[in-house]
Design a protein around this ligand. Structure first.
Ligand code: NAP
Ligand code: MG
Length: 502
């Protein structure tokens, strides 16, 4: 298959902050650069927001909330969201290329998975704008009681680098449908596509200040947003460690919080499964997006009886994965997002060996074409002989690294599968329908996939149990995070009030 040519090869891209409908430099004048992880070369120079810029953006979002945005009808909010989804579809190719250049994900993922889902999320929530309704409550007496479902207000949204545009869409779309205003901070590793999205948001007709996008560092811009008294709700996706910092920072102002954090998902293969399908599902679970997925099936539980058959097929297929130029449409795995992530993954190969696991496949740098030798690539890697208590089975590695654990029976399996601080997702491969649904009920996870993996839809809720966070993104559940309920009482009797009125 042919290679997709980057849109701009010789000119360095430059991005300013997007505040109150204007493109502006940071107050400090500071900038930072974002590399292309497949080459290590600088891709773009980006304005670096910190507290002063966050203050400006929060003030703009408040003005927009109380001003023009509050006068716009639900129908028009929906139309703007729909227009945005169409603009994204029109610009999908260049957005996908830029996503691939900034993040390193293969173009076949950014073009055929990420971008369609980004557009789908805006389209789906466009439909919700006119369907956010209150209720009438059957209270006793001559009283009328109804509820209003109102926006929460100014929302701070902090997103990670693994699905830069898609995470922006998951956060922005429901918040806008419900009538909130937003200050969004993309990850420092991947700020560029969020800034391009800002241009499309303007083109779609959203009033100034409704969406503000401020790239910058987590410790400065992110922390300023999380602790800001002018923020009504903070939504975060990223590591469990930073999620705890966000929750603590928000506690001082009792800012509402939703968190979508890490995972160490069990992906479980019973002997009665279609083994080839399960092998493909295991690969999809761990090698998609270079394993940089919060719901990655990183603990692969295999029933002992089929271990040899399963692992020989998995190893053979993993070793055939084409790793390299992410703009090549035939590439299945690109580089990790950053040098730090690559180093982190490498350190886990050491931990695995130290604790007695076997490196069945991979474990190092792949063979690369000229031009990609400075990229942050890592081989698809399989650890076998892992026990669930090892670091590689308990800690989120966030790379193309799977830990294979064998089990004897269902009881043995369930205890181990639930023995983790996380509870984001789980997968099961079996032909036994009763076992599959029993497992879905007993596993402590927010999402369960049966004979499939990594399925998502804008209409279906996603979020974690335990330390994988709280709140649900997508589907109607996302609207609960971005609305608050007001209960209104009306006296219909017209009589004097009893009690003190007598
Ligand atoms: P991270 O630090 O949690 O980053 C996520 C977002 O939070 C980024 O926008 C980041 O800004 C921001 N941030 C960082 N520190 C902050 C603070 N003190 N206050 C407010 N915001 C803050 O994740 P990472 O360091 O990039 O990756 C480390 C590990 O996190 C990975 O190895 C993986 O295990 C996990 N992770 C999970 C997810 C997920 O989807 N659940 C996504 C990414 C990473 P910067 O861009 O400046 O860092
Ligand atoms: Mg980058």
């Amino acid at each position: 298959m042919s290679s997709v040519q980057p849109a701009e090869t010789n000119t360095m891209r430059k991005y300013q902050l997007f505040i109150d409908g204007q493109w502006v430099d940071a107050e400090s004048g500071k900038t930072f650069t974002t590399p292309n992880p497949s080459t290590g070369e600088t891709l773009a120079e980006v304005a670096e927001a910190d507290k002063a810029d966050i203050d400006k953006a929060v003030a703009a979002a408040r003005r927009a909330l109380e001003g023009k945005w509050s006068k716009i009808s639900a129908r028009d909010r929906g139309r703007m969201l729909y227009k945005l989804s169409q603009l994204i579809e029109q610009h999908a190719t260049e957005l996908a290329q830029l996503e691939t250049q900034d993040n390193g994900k293969p173009i076949r993922e950014s073009l055929f998975v990420d971008l369609p889902q980004v557009a789908e999320n805006f389209e789906y929530f466009a439909g919700w704008a006119t369907k956010i309704e209150g209720e009438t409550i059957p209270v006793p007496g001559d009283m009328f009681n109804y509820t209003l479902r109102e926006p929460v207000g100014v929302c701070g949204q902090i997103i990670p680098w693994n699905f830069p545009l898609l995470m922006a869409a998951w956060k922005l779309a429901p918040a806008l449908a419900a009538g909130n205003t937003i200050v969004l901070k993309p990850a420092e590793q991947t700020p560029t596509t969020a800034m391009e999205l800002g241009k499309l948001i303007q083109e779609a007709g959203f009033p100034d200040g409704v969406v503000n996008i401020l790239p910058g560092y987590g410790e400065t811009a992110g922390a300023a947003l999380a602790s800001h008294p002018g923020i009504d709700k903070i939504a975060f996706t990223g590591s469990t460690e930073v999620g705890k910092l966000i929750a603590r920072a928000a506690a001082d102002n009792l800012t509402k919080v939703s968190l979508e954090l890490g995972g160490k998902a069990p992906n479980i293969v019973f002997a009665d499964a279609d083994i080839e399908q399960a092998v493909n599902g295991a690969m999809m679970g761990i090698f998609f997006n270079q394993g940089q997925v919060c719901c990655a099936g990183s603990r692969l539980f295999v029933e002992e009886r089929v271990k040899d058959q399963f692992l020989s097929s998995l190893k053979e297929k993993a070793e055939k994965i084409k790793v390299g130029d992410p703009l090549d449409k035939a590439t299945l795995m690109g580089p990790q997002v950053s040098c730090e992530q690559l180093d982190r993954i490498k350190s886990y190969v050491g931990y695995a060996r130290d604790e007695g696991a076997t490196v069945l496949s991979g474990g190092g740098s792949p063979q690369l074409d000229e031009g990609f030798k400075n990229g942050y690539f890592f081989q698809p890697t399989i650890f076998s002989d892992v026990s669930n208590s090892m670091r590689v089975a308990q800690e989120e590695i966030f790379g193309p690294v799977v830990s294979v654990i064998t089990f004897k029976d269902e009881d043995d399996l369930l205890k181990q599968a639930n023995d983790t601080i996380y509870g984001l997702s789980a997968g099961i491969w079996t032909r036994d329908i009763v076992r599959a649904h029993r497992f879905a009920k007993e596993i402590h996870a927010g999402v369960v996939w049966i004979n499939t993996y990594n399925m998502f839809n804008a209409a279906s809720p996603f979020g974690g149990y335990k330390q994988s966070g709280y709140g649900r993104e997508m589907g109607k559940h996302a609207l609960e995070m971005y609305t608050q309920v007001k209960s209104v009482w009306v006296d219909l009797s017209g009589k004097p009030i009893g009690w003190f009125g007598k």
